[in-house]
Design a binder for this molecule. Structure first.
Ligand SMILES: C[S@@+](CC[C@H](N)C(=O)[O-])C[C@H]1O[C@@H](n2cnc3c(N)ncnc32)[C@H](O)[C@@H]1O
Length: 257
C-alpha cells in the first residue's frame, strides 16, 4: 500500500529550497490575490472593527514556504504553519525571520491528517483559529473530505476556511498528461499503481475541484455558512517539461457555525 503522504513529504522535501524561485510568478499571484481578497475572506483582522485589539489567529496547513501566511501575517496576531516536509518548514521559518515576523509566525512539522496526531498539537496554540487556510495543497491530500473535516474542527465558531486550488477541467483525457511540475489537468481522482518520486504527478490525488465540489466539501466539514467561490481572472504560471504553462485557480471560503 502506497503511503501517499510520505510520497508528498519526500517530493516536497526535495523541492523545498528551489520552490520559491521555480514558482516565483505563482507565489506572487497567490500573494497579491490573497491580499486583495483579505476583507472578502474574513472581517476579523487586527486593523478591522471585528478584530482590533483582540487575538486573531491563522493556521496555514500544508504551508510550504508560507505564501499565504506571509501575505496575511501583518493583519494577524499569531500565525501557525504546518507541513509534513521539514525542509518546507525550514523555508517557512526562514521567510518569517527574514520578514521580521518571527515573533508571531512559526512553522511546525506535523501531519494533522494522520490517524493519530501527537498530543502537542492538541493544545490551545493549535486550536480555535479565526482562519484556517490551505493553498495549492488540497489536491495533494489523499482524502480532501476528511482533511477539511479535521481542519475545520480547529476553527473557532464563526471562523473561516480559505482554500486556493486548481479549477477542475471540464473535459479531459487519460494517459500521460500528468507531468508538469505542479502536475494537474483532470477533473477526477485516481490512484496510480507505480510511483516515480521525480514525478510530480505521483503526489497528486485530485485534479482540481469544481465550485460544486467545494460547496460539498465545505458543507460536509460543517462549514455551512457564507460560502463564496471565485475563479481568479489571472491564471497561475507554472512549468511543464521546462515550458511555461498556465492553470486556472479558484479561491473559496466558508465559515464554521
Ligand atoms: C504545492 S505546495 C503548496 C505550498 C504553499 N501552501 C503554497 O501555496 O505555496 C504543497 C505543500 O503541501 C504539503 N503537503 C502535501 N501533503 C500534505 C499532508 N498530507 N499534510 C501536510 N502537508 C502536506 C507539501 O509538503 C507541500 O509543502
Amino acid at each position: 500500500m502506497i503511503d501517499f503522504t510520505e510520497v508528498n513529504r519526500k517530493y516536497f522535501d526535495q523541492l523545498a529550497t528551489t520552490y520559491q524561485d521555480r514558482f516565483a510568478r505563482a507565489v506572487k499571484t497567490i500573494t497579491e490575490q490573497t491580499q486583495q481578497h483579505r476583507l472578502w475572506l474574513s472581517d476579523r483582522w487586527t486593523d478591522t472593527a471585528a478584530g482590533q485589539g483582540q487575538e486573531v489567529k491563522m493556521l496555514e496547513y500544508a504551508c510550504g514556504p508560507g505564501t499565504v501566511s506571509m501575505a496575511l501575517a501583518p493583519f494577524l496576531t499569531n500565525v501557525v504553519g504546518i507541513d509534513v516536509a521539514s525542509n518546507m518548514v525550514d523555508e517557512y521559518n526562514r521567510n518569517a525571520q527574514a520578514a521580521g515576523l518571527g515573533e508571531k509566525v512559526t512553522g511546525h512539522v506535523a501531519d494533522l491528517l494522520a490517524e493519530s496526531v501527537p498530543a502537542e498539537f492538541s493544545g490551545p496554540e493549535f486550536n480555535d483559529f479565526d482562519v484556517v487556510t490551505v493553498s495549492m495543497a488540497l489536491h495533494h491530500f489523499e482524502h480532501p473530505d476528511q482533511a477539511l473535516k479535521r481542519l475545520a474542527a480547529r476553527l473557532k465558531q464563526g471562523g473561516v476556511c480559505y482554500i486556493i486550488d486548481l479549477v477542475a477541467q471540464a473535459s479531459h483525457g487519460h494517459g500521460d498528461d500528468h507531468g508538469h511540475d505542479h502536475g494537474h489537468s483532470h477533473g477526477h481522482t485516481h490512484r496510480r499503481q507505480s510511483l516515480d518520486l521525480d514525478d510530480a504527478a505521483a503526489t497528486i490525488k485530485t485534479h482540481g475541484f469544481s465550485r460544486a465540489d467545494m460547496l460539498n466539501l465545505f458543507e460536509d466539514a460543517g462549514l455551512t455558512v457564507g460560502f463564496e467561490h471565485k475563479v481568479l481572472s489571472e491564471p497561475l504560471e507554472l512549468t511543464k517539461d521546462g515550458k511555461a504553462i498556465t492553470k486556472t485557480v479558484f479561491i473559496a471560503r466558508a465559515q464554521r457555525v
